[in-house]
Design a protein around this ligand. Structure first.
Ligand SMILES: *Cc1c(COP(=O)(O)O)cnc(C)c1O
Ligand SMILES: [Zn+2]
Length: 413
């Protein structure tokens, strides 16, 4: 059973039935899922959650689709790793990494897609579609395969080769578009109005899709013994994930699971080659001006972020900050996380870690705070970003003498 009251306009507050729609007919504001929190509070408990599945569906009372037969591959309940070695390098105290590389298709997108396709199937859709910077493509293709749904996935044609192959293998339709993500997204908006029998996860079912990101807040709180962190660092592409992590922390208080959620500072991370939200933050502006992306962090390369304005508001009101990092810093962030904690993240993870380092150095993220960095995708899909920065320590003949020689040369760490 679901506790959804309907879809509420974020601008004017009008409430609509929980159908496949994403904009307010009256003011064109974005729609968001609204719940009957009193009813949720009466149903939900820490014990009930603990007895649930080790997936996002343990929080079904706060999700907009029924957990009875979800479309799923096991997304969520990923490790929250205490990162003392990384903390020491950055001059921080109690630091954790939320390791979302450990999802079925290697990124946090499995959370949102599992929710979107479960709701889409409930609404009677048989076809799933999306515009993607890569990880969403993987996840939609995989979940559609699992559900026996047809899929249409649209991506920019210059995507990492691995992300193309690891999407195509699931057997749906994969269309590479000669343009950047914002071109793909515009095409998909046009397609969505023509093909009303397609569930476009980031168009007509976007309100449900984005709810999946709240589980990133719920899990962190549960894994910290139903307490909340002081400060979290979140990567920004469209800004959806960041705003829903905020909503998730807020809801914990509403339904009596954990207190203090409204006090969590939320900071955002972007790549310098695509940093429209970081730029607006730095300028003290409310207007997120679109940019043309040019960065190795392709999963974050959205030049015109749909939720950029709301992400900006969340960061400002929570007392966080938004910073951006260069491609070199991104690679350094990937290597730092790998070297200190044994976690191999994709470029977006490099963005988060490098931004965390920058905010720590600036005193924005503090030593006395309990901090969580959201690492949202696996490095195995973006190996090419590392280029020649990593390789063998030495190449030797198969003899003891050859090995002794490199040891003497001081080449071993
Ligand atoms: C899509 C994505 C994000 C950010 O998503 P938004 O909700 O659009 O801001 C972060 N990390 C990874 C790895 C992603 O694929
Ligand atoms: Zn409205």
């Amino acid at each position: 059973m679901s506790f959804v009251e309907g879809l509420r306009c974020r601008e004017c507050g009008r409430v609509y039935p929980a159908a496949a729609s994403h904009v307010c007919d009256f003011c064109f504001g974005p729609l968001e899922v609204a719940y009957d929190y009193e009813a949720v509070a009466a149903s939900i408990s820490r014990e009930k959650i603990a007895a649930g599945p080790a997936t996002i569906w343990r929080y079904a009372d706060l999700l907009p689709a029924s957990a009875e037969s979800p479309v799923e591959l096991g997304a969520g309940f990923t490790p929250l790793v205490r990162a003392d070695r990384l903390a020491a390098e950055l001059g921080l105290g109690e630091l954790y990494v939320k390791n979302d590389t450990r999802n079925p298709t290697g990124s946090f997108k499995d959370r949102v897609v599992s929710v979107a396709l479960t709701k889409a199937r409930e609404l009677g859709f048989k076809i799933a579609a999306c515009a993607s910077t890569g990880n969403l493509a993987n996840s939609v293709a995989a979940h559609a395969a699992r559900a026996g749904m047809q899929s249409y996935v649209f991506v920019p044609k210059d995507l990492e080769r691995v992300k193309i192959q690891t999407t195509a293998v699931f057997g749906g339709n994969l269309i590479a578009v000669d343009g950047n993500y914002d071109d793909v997204n515009r095409l998909c908006a046009e397609l969505a109005s023509e093909h009303t029998d397609w569930a476009f996860v980031n168009v007509n079912v976007r309100p449900y899709y984005s709810e999946g990101s709240k589980t990133l807040a719920f899990e962190v709180a549960e894994q910290l013994g139903w307490t909340v962190p002081d400060h979290v660092v979140v990567p920004i592409a469209s800004g959806s994930q960041l705003t829903k992590i905020h909503k998730g922390f807020h809801e914990l208080g509403l339904v009596g699971l954990a207190q203090g959620g409204d006090g969590v500072r939320i900071s955002g991370a972007q790549a310098a080659g695509c940093s429209p939200v970081a730029t607006a933050f730095a300028e003290g502006s409310d207007v997120v001006r679109p940019v043309r992306p040019d960065t190795i962090a392709k999963s974050l390369a959205i030049g015109n972020p749909a939720d950029g304005y709301y992400a900006l508001g969340v960061v400002r009101s929570s007392g966080g900050a938004i910073a951006s990092v260069t491609d070199d810093e991104i690679v350094e962030g990937m290597r730092l996380l790998a070297r200190t904690e044994g976690i191999f993240a994709e470029t977006a993870g490099g963005v988060t870690i490098a931004t965390l380092a920058k905010l720590a150095a600036a005193g924005v993220v503090r030593h006395d705070e309990r901090v969580v960095a959201y690492v949202t995708g696996t490095g195995l899909k973006t190996v090419e970003a590392l280029g020649d920065t990593v390789g063998p320590s030495a190449v030797i003949e198969p003899t003891l003498e050859a090995f002794a020689a490199i040891q003497q040369e001081g080449l071993m760490r």
